[in-house]
Design a protein around this ligand. Structure first.
Ligand code: ADP
Length: 488
């Protein structure tokens, strides 16, 4: 048996409910495919709405004991999970490449990044703090304490199968919440393997429950409508996020929403072009362009745009495309046919409005869902590629003249997740921090994600922050208690 087949065979294929691996109540299964070959890797349980409620039952049942488990102990379990993940880093990396398609080197990077959430929140658990002090009138004492929110439902996307799971599970567990996790149906194996690892690390039964399903809406709706659920955390597209927020409103649930992005990448005439080109390639082509943080609109000063375009085109034209398991591959397959069709449409629309294709520009015929790494220049205002999230390896360049115009173009979107700015002028960089309406910014850098930083967006990119000092508060409720002054 090949290493790949052996690895796939070691991954659980059932639902995890109350500490037991179980089949779907209907016996249904769903296929998980390798997007590079289209081949079925394995079949896993396809949960029904009843299974979803059983998973919530288990999370509810485990909630009290987990909340009462000392924070130090919760942290130690997360820390053990971090250590186990390091030992199994190669397996987790290969598993992600197989089910999602990203090059192995990037999968290894995600194991490092995703693992950090386990370590970071293992350290945050014992630091959950409160306050005690006199009220301003001097008539009483005020106690402010933090309590776990309660059972949470966590819905994750396919593009970062490990990191999106640990970024939600780790803070929830650190805070003392129990969870039901629903990974994307396209990439469920990494979450199933992670759940097995958490159990091995000593997690009590029912604290993490995993449901995999091809009927996300039908399975999720009853969970979200259940009055025992207290929190919904979602990462995915804005339209689905909007739907989920509406459903969550009925139960007045706490929500964290990490939604779409349309990141501007602004290159000023005074930028260090070497740095800007490196930043651009990382911000655009990481994860085959399938990241909500991916640079979507390159807004480059007209004086440096030709040189910037020449340099990125040279690099992009030399990128190696192929199955992510092969050595030296930089661009793997897109996740499915729809993603390829969208890239085709966006490039065609831009070209129809006068843009020029400098390299690439088409889908790659044959097995798998590949799209050529692409650069288009002279993108006209109003082009769809400037409005929609591309989620593919297409670098689209538009130009500007004045700083104010760059700001106006950068902010001309309903999204507000991240912006990238390249300038050597410190004062200008500082002006941009205030001027750009995004939750995050890369100033002279193309990759910003870090477990110690608050990740999240404004406008239609969502609400709430994951990671950093802020991350654990998404899973904590603040309770205030008033008592009379003991000396009065
Ligand atoms: P993407 O563009 O990343 O596929 P989606 O928003 O479609 O984004 O999916 C993100 C996650 O949300 C996945 O786990 C998917 O199964 C889930 N999902 C999609 N639609 C719904 C829905 N109506 N209710 C609950 N979950 C959903």
């Amino acid at each position: 048996m090949t290493d790949e087949a052996q690895l796939i065979q070691s991954v659980p294929t059932q639902l995890l409910i109350g500490g037991a691996w179980t089949d779907s109540s209907t016996g249904a299964t769903l296929a998980v495919r390798d997007p590079a070959t289209g081949e079925v890797l394995t079949r896993i349980a396809d949960a029904s709405p009843e299974d979803g409620i059983r998973a919530l039952d288990a999370a509810v049942e485990a909630a009290e004991a987990w909340a009462a488990t000392p924070a130090r102990k919760r942290g130690e379990i997360l820390r053990r999970a971090f250590d186990l993940l390091q030992e199994r880093a190669d397996d987790f990396a290969l598993l992600m490449t197989l089910e999602m398609g990203k090059p192995l080197a990037e999968s290894r990077g995600e194991v490092a990044y995703g693992g950090e959430f386990l370590r970071w929140f293992s350290e945050e658990a014992p630091r959950i703090a409160g306050r005690y002090g006199a009220n301003p009138e001097g008539t009483g004492r005020m106690i402010v304490s933090q309590r776990p929110v309660g059972p949470c439902y966590l819905i994750t996307p396919w593009n970062f199968p490990l990191a999106m799971a640990t970024r939600k599970i780790a803070p929830a567990l650190a805070a003392g919440c129990t969870v039901v996790v629903k990974p994307a149906e396209l990439t469920p194996l990494t979450t199933l393997a992670l759940a097995a690892l958490l159990i091995e690390a000593g997690l009590p039964e029912g604290v993490v429950n995993v449901i995999t399903t091809s009927s996300s809406k039908e399975v999720s709706s009853p969970i979200i409508a259940d009055p025992r659920l207290r929190k919904l955390s979602f990462t995915g597209s804005t339209p689905v996020g909007v739907q989920l927020m509406k459903q969550a409103a009925d139960g007045v649930l706490r929500t964290s929403m990490e939604l779409g992005g349309n990141a501007p990448f602004v290159v000023f005439e005074d930028a260090d072009l070497d740095q800007a080109v490196e930043g651009a390639l990382a911000a655009k082509f990481r994860n085959i362009g399938q990241a909500c943080t991916a640079a979507n609109r390159f807004i480059v000063h007209e004086d440096v745009a030709p040189e910037f375009a020449r340099r990125v085109t040279e690099r992009v034209a030399a990128m190696r495309v192929g199955r992510g398991t092969e050595d030296g591959i930089q661009i793997g397959p897109l996740i499915d046919d729809r993603a390829v069709a969208k890239a085709v449409e966006l490039v065609e629309d831009a070209v129809g409005r006068g843009a020029a294709v400098e390299t690439g520009g088409s889908a790659i015929e044959g097995t798998g869902t590949f799209f050529q790494p692409t650069v288009v220049t002279g993108v006209a205002p109003g082009s769809e590629i400037l409005r929609q999230e591309i989620f593919g390896p297409v670098l689209a360049i538009a130009t500007f003249g004045e700083e104010a115009e760059a700001v106006r173009l950068a902010n001309d979107t309903e999204y507000g997740l991240v912006s990238y700015v390249f300038t050597r002028d410190l004062a200008r960089g500082q002006r941009m921090i205030d001027a750009l309406d995004t939750g995050m910014m890369g100033l002279n850098v193309g990759v910003i994600s870090n477990a110690a930083a608050p990740f999240g967006g404004v406008k239609q990119s969502g609400n709430g922050r994951e990671g950093g000092l802020e991350g654990i508060h998404e899973y904590l409720e603040t309770k205030y208690t008033m008592t009379p002054d003991p000396f009065a």
